[in-house]
Design a protein around this ligand. Structure first.
Ligand code: NDP
Length: 483
């Protein structure tokens, strides 16, 4: 049945005419007093907000995490409290380098950001579809991202910049190997794993801390496109991921991931022969087996893409009692920079937007500010400072985290000095079969199109150190492309 819903101004007054401007005579001009026209045009001018500097193009949905295994001996986090416990989650997947209008099927790392609305606050796991990253020191992040974005003069992506940077940053080649492998171009967000990538920590009710890595293994299976297949897909649609994820959920074909953790006792890292907080390294499964935690299922599409996905704000700073940080330098920098980015993009009160708002009660003493729409956080209106005698919110000492033990001199340590950047990419190269290797070499060679020979030679020197087969495989692929 059709309803007669009156069109109104933003102030709620009924609009008499949404077709014709108020003019002085039939031919115009328009009168400035047509404030409804001004409001309409002014709103259109303000429809866009700054896109994310990285991870601009994204796709997301809501769902649940259901706990299937008891890990309460490692963590007191309420999300893990009992087998069968369900917690609502929003997931946002993304490419890294492309802008908002970029094609979905580009070879790139994918963001894998999760916000769990736990009953002790929101826990965000802002990861990628890769277990490692291109760098281990936060000083390098803006430089690295500049190489992935557009050249300041040509306004084009620059393979020269990418390979120049990588040739001077051997710690990147583990991640570059994943990027150029089949995992660098999944057919949809549902066909890739998610990883927390950083080392985080868990702590239990006895105040014991454990180091942890988070894994989300996709249950749809890994599927990928070759560069040629992706070019064909992009020729038909630039929105393939949005279509696939939205369509699957509309059809009731709910994608699932198995959440697992790897755990190391707080003091057991002393025996490791690499820095367990180095973001360019995995913890080998053979030494640190995966422990199942639960199943994540995505089963609800957003009703409004802009409100719920574009404004979804994930930050590694959002942890909850029972989950903690680690000394990982890049994690430490992201704790600052993600929340900072959201304050810039969305405003001071971005956590109060419906998609970001916790499902549990929120009581704080932050006041006022641009676009404050939430009023008092308790009914005790005299309790607007702390301490107070008016029954205002108080801290909960029982959720105090055990101390994070640190040692050593405060200094600038050379993050490249003495690091083995070759063994782990070698292990990955070794586990690929000959077809996977052939595609790895070809994808790498194709990505080097137009790069000066001295830069290619420098990077091949690193590939030779990973494995002479790897370096020679790329050389042969480059020769084949040169024809
Ligand atoms: P394992 O053989 O126990 O594990 C290998 C892992 O590699 C599997 O988890 C598999 O993921 C994943 N894998 C397979 N092909 C690719 C690819 N093309 N790109 C990225 N990942 C792939 O060995 P280790 O744990 O000793 O690790 C060996 C190497 O495997 C590492 O150096 C690292 O590059 C890679 N890797 C390791 C992970 C870890 O956390 N240990 C996680 C992911 C990759 P799946 O089982 O989901 O198919």
């Amino acid at each position: 049945m059709s309803q007669n819903i009156p069109l109104t101004t933003t102030a709620g007054a009924p609009v008499s005419d949404n077709q014709n401007a108020i003019t002085a005579g039939e031919r115009g001009p328009v009168l400035l007093q047509d404030y409804q026209l001004i409001e309409k045009l002014a709103h259109q001018n303000r429809e866009r907000i700054p896109e994310r500097v990285v991870h601009a193009k994204g796709w997301g949905a809501f769902g649940t995490l259901t706990i299937t295994n008891d890990i309460s001996k490692y963590s007191r986090a309420s999300i893990f409290a009992e087998i069968g416990k369900q917690t609502e989650v929003i997931a946002r997947f993304s490419t890294v380098a492309g802008e908002l209008g970029a094609a979905d099927h580009e070879r790139d790392v994918r963001g894998f950001a999760l916000k769990f609305y736990t009953d002790e606050g929101n826990w965000d796991m802002v990861g990628n579809n890769t277990p490692v990253f291109f760098l281990r020191d936060p000083y390098k992040f803006p430089d690295f991202i500049h190489t992935q974005k557009r050249h300041p003069k040509t306004n084009l992506r620059s393979p020269t910049a990418m390979w120049d940077y990588w040739s001077l940053s051997p710690e990147a080649l583990h991640q570059v190997t994943i990027l150029m492998s089949d995992r660098g171009l999944p057919i949809s967000p549902m066909h890739m794993n998610g990883y927390g990538s950083h080392t985080y920590s868990l702590w239990n009710n006895d105040g014991e801390r454990f180091w942890v890595k988070f894994h989300f293994k996709n249950l749809q299976g890994h599927e990928f496109y070759t560069n040629e297949e992706a070019a064909q897909v992009v020729g038909k649609t630039r929105e393939g991921y949005q279509e696939a994820l939205f369509g699957a959920i509309e059809n009731g074909d709910y994608p699932k991931w198995k959440m697992c953790i790897q755990v190391i006792g707080e003091d057991d890292i002393e025996d490791m022969n690499f820095n367990p907080f180095d973001l360019t390294k995995v913890w080998p499964h053979g030494d640190y087996p995966l422990i199942e935690v639960g199943i994540m299922e995505l089963n609800r599409n957003p009703e409004n893409y802009f409100a719920e996905i574009e404004q979804a704000a994930f930050s590694p700073s959002n942890i909850v009692p029972g989950i903690g940080f680690s000394p990982d330098k890049v994690l430490q920098s992201r704790i600052f920079s993600y929340a900072d980015a959201h304050r810039y993009r969305l405003g001071t009160h971005y956590e109060a937007l419906p998609v970001n708002r916790p499902k549990c009660p929120v009581h704080h003493y932050h006041k006022d500010g641009l676009m404050n729409f939430f009023g008092h956080s308790t009914s005790e209106i005299d309790a607007y400072y702390e301490p107070n005698s008016f029954n205002g919110p108080k801290e909960t000492s029982s959720v105090k985290e055990p101390p994070l033990k640190i040692s050593g001199d405060a200094s600038r340590f050379d993050h490249r000095d003495g690091n083995d950047d070759y063994s782990q990419p070698r292990a990955l190269h070794n586990l690929m079969n000959s077809n996977q290797k052939a595609r790895l070499y070809k994808n790498t060679a194709e990505a080097m199109n137009g790069v000066p020979q001295d830069i290619i030679d420098r990077v091949l020197g690193h590939y030779d150190k990973i494995s002479p087969d790897y370096g020679n495989g790329i050389r042969k692929a480059l020769n084949a492309l040169a024809g």
